[in-house]
Structures are given as structure tokens and as C-alpha cells.
Design a protein around this ligand. Structure first.
Ligand code: URA
Length: 243
């Protein structure tokens, strides 16, 4: 069951906000009856009409984008910055990014119009792993890396166990390249975790999202996920294993 305004928005009728106005204005019928209650939930078997026209459910699409630095991962930006949507101008469905990457972070991000799928990929209880490679200032010692692994107390809660691996150390510039794998998506999580051990991130890239990588794509390019990949990701979220 989904809220009526969400169903309208997903079908491409209007934004969630405008869909609410259509409902309140008495323009929407469910199974032949006008519904003006915003909390109304409908299922796939309900017949929804907007101004006399029956809703056709939009088919779902899934894209994998190699986000470059300097692009914001929102649908629009009030400061007029370039968004991930600008990189997929040919998509005619109402897609949105699954989770987010900071303006200055590059790497893999998925975009879709499938809200359930997005929930499966982002809620920490489904444990979808995202691997990052961070260039940090300073050379963290073993104990600091252990802290990252065990969990860091951030102001919005302790981070779940992570997997951390030192890749390279540059003593001359006092920097290190470190791999970190997490299954949560707290705001600026990786940057804040490294801040907490006194090694601020200078450069950050998301290398992988579950079994997906940006392999074969240049920064700024996207491709559609295959049906098999989408199925694999769902199974992974639902069972913890790739089928
Ligand atoms: N953690 C961050 O700090 N930034 C990102 O973009 C993603 C994870």
C-alpha cells in the first residue's frame, strides 16, 4: 500500500506537492469515488483516476552514474549548481538519486524512479555495502583504524562496524590512501569518521556499491542497470546474499 500522492508522483502526474493539491481539490478518484483525504493509501489493484483519466503506472528504470566531483546529488539545486540530473538529460522519467554523494565526492551513484528499491539500497538494516577510497591528511596508526572499524561516536549516533584497509602511505606529504566499506549513509559519514580520528579527508571516491563499480564508464557517464543486476541487488538486500 502506498500513499495516494506518492502514487500520483511516481506515475509522473505531478510533483508530490502538486499531487496533494489535486487530491485536496477533489480531482482524484479511487475506484470511482472522489478522495480528498491526504493520508489515503492505495494498492496496485485500486483504480486511480485524475481528472477523469485513469493512471498508468510508469515503468521503473535504474541508472548507474559515475558522478564527477563538483556535481550535487539532488534533483534540483536552489543555488543553481550542476546536479546529477543534468548528466542524464535523455531520461524522461521522474528519477531521483538513491542516497547521496557530497558535491566534492566522485564515484558510483544509482538513480531510479523506484522508491521501494531505493529504500532497500539505503536503509542500514538491509546492509548494502558501499566502498570508498579516501585520501586523508596524516597517517593514521593501527589503533585509529581499529576505531573506525569498531564504530565512531558521531553527534547523530555511533557508526556501525566498518571494514578498513590501508592502501598506501606517503610519508613525504604525510597523506594516506585508505579503503573503507560501510553499509550506512549518514550525512558526510566518511568525512566525519576521518575527522574524528584527526585525519581529514582530502579526496573521496565511492568505488563500489554492492557488486557494482564504475568499470567501463568515464566520470559523468551513465549506463542502465541490467534486469539481472537489479534482481541481484534486491536479493542481496532481502537475504544478505547474491542469489
Ligand atoms: N561519506 C561522505 O563523507 N561523503 C560522501 O559523499 C559519501 C559518504
Amino acid at each position: 500500500m502506498e500513499r495516494l500522492q506518492k502514487v500520483l508522483a511516481q506515475a509522473g502526474v505531478a510533483s508530490r506537492r502538486k499531487s496533494e493539491i489535486l487530491i485536496v481539490d477533489g480531482k482524484v478518484k479511487v475506484n470511482g469515488v472522489v478522495v480528498t483525504e491526504l493520508g489515503t493509501k492505495v494498492s496496485n489493484s485500486d483504480r486511480v483516476e485524475v481528472e477523469g483519466v485513469q493512471l498508468v503506472k510508469e515503468s521503473y528504470v535504474y541508472y548507474l552514474l559515475y558522478k564527477p566531483r563538483g556535481v550535487i546529488s539532488t534533483v534540483d539545486d536552489d543555488k543553481g549548481r550542476k546536479t546529477v540530473m543534468d548528466l542524464l538529460p535523455y531520461v524522461d522519467k521522474r528519477i531521483f538519486p538513491v542516497g547521496r554523494l557530497d558535491y566534492d565526492t566522485s564515484g558510483i551513484i544509482i538513480l531510479t524512479n523506484d522508491g521501494d528499491f531505493s529504500y532497500l539500497m539505503t536503509h542500514p538494516k538491509f546492509g548494502i555495502k558501499k566502498q570508498y577510497v579516501a585520501k586523508v591528511k596524516g597517517i593514521p596508526q593501527r589503533e585509529a583504524l581499529k576505531k573506525l572499524e569498531r564504530g565512531i561516536d558521531l553527534e547523530d549516533g555511533k557508526t556501525a562496524p566498518a571494514h578498513v584497509k590501508m592502501q598506501t602511505v606517503d610519508k613525504k606529504t604525510s597523506t594516506a590512501i585508505i579503503e573503507i566499506t560501510i553499509s550506512e549513509g549518514k550525512n558526510r559519514q566518511v568525512r566525519r569518521m576521518f575527522d574524528a580520528i584527526g585525519c581529514p579527508v582530502q579526496k573521496l571516491r565511492r568505488e563500489s556499491f554492492a557488486m557494482l563499480t564504475t568499470h567501463g564508464l568515464n566520470a559523468g557517464e551513465a549506463r542502465e542497470l541490467t534486469t539481472h543486476e537489479v534482481k541481484q541487488l534486491r536479493v542481496l538486500a532481502e537475504t544478505g546474499k547474491i542469489g
